[in-house]
Design a protein around this ligand. Structure first.
Ligand SMILES: [Zn+2]
Length: 240
């Protein structure tokens, strides 16, 4: 019976390790997906900055066209000015030129402001592009590492599965059944050691009579408090 209990404990260790690996795998898969999402998100902000820069450049070209039109209008008005007959007409064209020059000066200011905005946006895009290259390289590197860990976990799980099967087939099916029923009921660890007469599953004392029987290990015993399968573990602080 002692051998059967030892195998059961071994089976439980394998299952705990499998659970740990599965949860680890889940975390790593999520991490892997998040790494892709990080790239996409950065690419998105970069493309927004690029769109903004293009819009500013387009606006600047429009200002340039407008400035050209106004400067042509000023030239035309100056030609007209040299050909006027009356003072009234002269004053009127002079006013026209004045207005056009005011407009032109306002546009020059707007163009300068736009140029400054282009410089800022351009610097931002350049720095973001550089960062993006670095981020892509870093993420690629990290993905390789995460993928390597995932593969390692998957292989570990396969090995554990083989171990599990070989251990399970050496255990009496009835004991396996009991083990599975307890596992389903308490939803976790169905086998607990008893050390110094204390069940390590629920930390309650085992009755003295049962504790003595437990040390003989001639039958499967359950903790009267938590119903786990219990086995005797060499008391601590006592020579073996
Ligand atoms: Zn217990």
């Amino acid at each position: 019976m002692r051998v059967q209990i030892d195998l059961l404990v071994k089976l439980q260790h394998i299952e705990i390790e499998m659970r740990r690996l599965r949860s680890d795998l889940e975390t790593k898969s999520t991490k892997f997906d998040n790494l892709d999402a990080e790239i996409v998100a950065y690419e998105h902000t970069l493309s927004q900055e690029e769109t903004l820069l293009e819009a500013l450049k387009k606006k600047y070209r429009e200002y340039e066209r407008d400035a050209h039109v106004v400067s042509e209008q000023i030239q035309k008005s100056q030609v007209k000015l040299s050909a006027v007959k009356t003072n009234k007409e002269y004053q009127s064209i002079l006013k026209e030129i004045e207005d056009l020059e005011t407009k032109s000066s306002q546009e020059e200011d707007a163009m300068l402001e736009c140029l400054e905005q282009i410089d800022v946006a351009d610097a931002k895009v350049k720095s973001k592009r550089t960062d993006f290259e670095q981020i892509k390289a870093d993420v690629q590197q990290e993905k390789v590492e995460v993928q390597r860990d995932i593969t390692q976990d998957q292989q570990g799980l396969k090995t554990l599965q083989v171990d599990w099967e070989s251990v399970a087939e050496s255990i009496d099916p009835e004991i396996i059944n009991t083990y599975n029923t307890i596992k389903d009921t308490i939803g976790g660890i169905p086998v607990a050691a008893v050390s110094n007469a204390v069940c390590q599953g629920c930390h309650m004392n085992i009755p003295a009579q049962m504790y003595n029987e437990l040390q003989r290990a001639d039958s499967i015993k359950k903790c009267p408090h938590c119903q786990r399968i219990i086995y005797w573990k060499q008391d601590e602080n006592r020579p073996k």
